[in-house]
Design a protein around this ligand. Sequence first.
Ligand SMILES: *[C@@H]1O[C@H](CO)[C@@H](O)[C@H](O)[C@H]1NC(C)=O
Ligand SMILES: *[C@@H]1O[C@H](CO)[C@@H](O)[C@H](O)[C@H]1NC(C)=O
Ligand SMILES: *[C@@H]1O[C@H](CO)[C@@H](O)[C@H](O)[C@H]1NC(C)=O
Ligand SMILES: *[C@@H]1O[C@H](CO)[C@@H](O)[C@H](O)[C@H]1NC(C)=O
Ligand SMILES: *[C@@H]1O[C@H](CO)[C@@H](O)[C@H](O)[C@H]1NC(C)=O
Length: 294
Amino acid sequence: MRRRKIGVLAPVLCLAVHRATADVPQNPRDNFCRRIGHQTTFIDDKLYIDSSFVNFDTFPTDNKTYPNTWLGFQDFDNLTLRSDDALWPNLNIGLNKDPNTIPTVHGGALWGDSVNKRFFLFGGENTKGVASTDFHLLSYDILNDEWDDFGPPDMPNPPNISSYGAGVGVSETGQGYYYGGWISNASMRGWTQDRTMSSAFYKYEYDTNATTGAKPPDELPRAEGAMVWIPAGYTELLIYFFQQRPALFSAAESTELHSLQNEQSRQHDRLCRAGTALQLSHWEMHVLVGSNLL
Ligand SMILES: *[C@@H]1O[C@H](CO)[C@@H](O)[C@H](O)[C@H]1NC(C)=O
Ligand SMILES: *[C@@H]1O[C@H](CO)[C@@H](O)[C@H](O)[C@H]1NC(C)=O
Ligand SMILES: *[C@@H]1O[C@H](CO)[C@@H](O)[C@H](O)[C@H]1NC(C)=O
Ligand SMILES: *[C@@H]1O[C@H](CO)[C@@H](O)[C@H](O)[C@H]1NC(C)=O
Ligand SMILES: *[C@@H]1O[C@H](CO)[C@@H](O)[C@H](O)[C@H]1NC(C)=O
């Protein structure tokens, strides 16, 4: 039997579809052009896509970017046949999400918990501008299709909430991490300074509902980039790629090994230079090593 290829996501050209837009509600499934700034997580073969901005297929004529108030998912266990004979996981936008109670943010992180079938939304900034409520950790319960409010983080110094930091959720250890990002009045209610980069590194324990400060590799503020978790024997690695930091510090291509266990950082020369992304002048990579976290 001939195997069908799984469709690749080709750049969408947003070809103009002429239709009356005035009173036809648009949605990101039937009028899809592109999404920007969303947060995602993968649980049980489903890719959950939360919030941010969307351009509809009227974008070439209306040039408008809308808040994407939907929580959607694509099910990689339920592929449908596309007209070009490729298999494709259709986007489902029927999940429960009330934009009046669950903020529509961009640049946050979804920390997946495949054991308890839920994910947590941490950080991000309001798509409508200034944040009007204090940050609460919100969590989506997949089995019950409902959102739960886990409250504000209980820390001696309340966290500075940022957007476009590097975040990763680890189901295997029951932990979520968020590092750096941009703090602004859109990410954090009551922030009166200009938008600034954060040096904070936060860790959340799924089982105890505790947010704590993790030890960053250094005190430098950073933003953007990405973080991935790799199980590596009895230890584990958090690998952090970052993109932005203040011009004061020249961003050399370097790699840092950081032990979460004994809180030591070590500089390693160009350990991981293979990836082309690391050839870009403003990329650095940090490897954060932890053990006994399982
Ligand atoms: C589309 O809107 C953006 C701002 O939202 C503006 O900078 C840009 O010039 C607009 N483009 C066109 C073709 O009108
Ligand atoms: C599979 O997806 C189709 C449309 O994308 C949907 O109608 C159907 O209910 C889904 N089936 C399952 C078992 O989820
Ligand atoms: C989680 O912790 C916060 C801060 O202490 C608290 O407000 C909230 O009620 C807790 N939520 C759950 C589900 O335990
Ligand atoms: C939050 O930001 C302020 C202002 O930059 C800084 O003084 C403070 O240390 C930060 N707090 C935390 C917990 O990172
Ligand atoms: C929010 O921050 C931006 C950028 O610093 C600033 O221009 C704006 O006036 C601030 N808005 C409010 C309501 O504080």
